[in-house]
Design a protein around this ligand. Structure first.
Ligand SMILES: Nc1nc2c(ncn2[C@@H]2O[C@H](COP(=O)(O)OP(=O)(O)OP(=O)(O)O)[C@@H](O)[C@H]2O)c(=O)[nH]1
Ligand SMILES: [Mg+2]
Length: 222
């Protein structure tokens, strides 16, 4: 039997990087600071956005792209806060990619927007592999997920410039050791900013907001 040569698409990620570069040009051209917000399902991404929107109201104009397999629940939550939101449904896809963001940008009014947050699909693995053109990757780990997660799922921790440890109000009910999360995360990424927060009580949010505001302002100064 003669064997047919099988064509192999070698680098999906390379093609994605080209789209991400194009998105970055759009962000930079419009003076927008863009964040790719990632975590496991339910760690608190939309809750953090709701708190952040309230805190920055009147100071920084925001827009949000929401990524989910199905539903527009999260985009509705953002719109209820008075912020422009576009929902991407990946219909089974476990992460957002550059092409999806390119399409979502067409549906947004970018004028005057200073901060764009892209809430990725809830997943601790694949979203980290796909650049979207963002300026910073930010992640949340909630204490209910366990302190072993940085070393079990290292890539996201390696790539994110900020790690928010959320749901610290639940610490008394878990066996989570935050010092273990901190030291493992440091081992993976020595320069990462780490915040201990509760979106329920508001603890730790001022430090996160200072970090975020400083990033937006310094990107505008460039
Ligand atoms: N106790 C407690 N619950 C929280 C906290 N932050 C978020 N939650 C709850 O956790 C659940 C999930 O929060 P979401 O903000 O929807 O999480 P998400 O990461 O956006 O979820 P997906 O988009 O589905 O991946 C909700 O019931 C929130 O009320 C917190 O700091 N403490
Ligand atoms: Mg959400």
């Amino acid at each position: 039997m003669t064997q047919m040569k099988i064509p192999v698409v070698r680098n999906i990620l390379q093609a994605n990087d080209r789209l991400a570069d194009a998105n970055r040009k759009v962000f930079d051209g419009a003076g927008i600071f863009a964040i790719n917000l990632m975590s496991s399902p339910g760690a608190g991404k939309t809750s953090l956005l709701e708190k952040t929107i309230d805190a920055l109201a009147g100071r920084i104009k925001m827009a949000v792209i929401e990524g989910d397999l199905q539903s527009d629940f999260d985009a509705e939550r953002i719109q209820r806060k008075g912020v422009q939101a576009v929902q991407i449904n990946t219909e089974g896809g476990c992460h957002l990619d550059g092409n999806m963001i390119q399409m979502a940008l067409e549906a947004l009014e970018l004028r005057d927007v200073e901060l764009l947050v892209i809430e990725n699909v809830g997943n601790l693995v694949c979203p980290a592999e796909f650049n979207l053109g963002e300026h910073e990757k930010v992640m949340i780990l909630s204490v209910t997920e366990g302190h072993d997660k940085p070393l079990k799922y290292p890539l996201m921790f390696q790539l994110c410039s900020a790690l928010l440890i959320n749901k610290i109000d639940l610490l008394p009910y878990t066996d989570c050791d935050i010092d273990v999360i901190r030291s493992s995360a440091r081992q993976l990424n020595a320069n990462q900013a780490i915040f201990e927060i509760s979106c329920r009580t508001g603890d730790g949010l001022p430090e996160w907001l200072d970090w975020l505001e400083a990033k937006v302002r310094s990107s505008r100064g460039k």
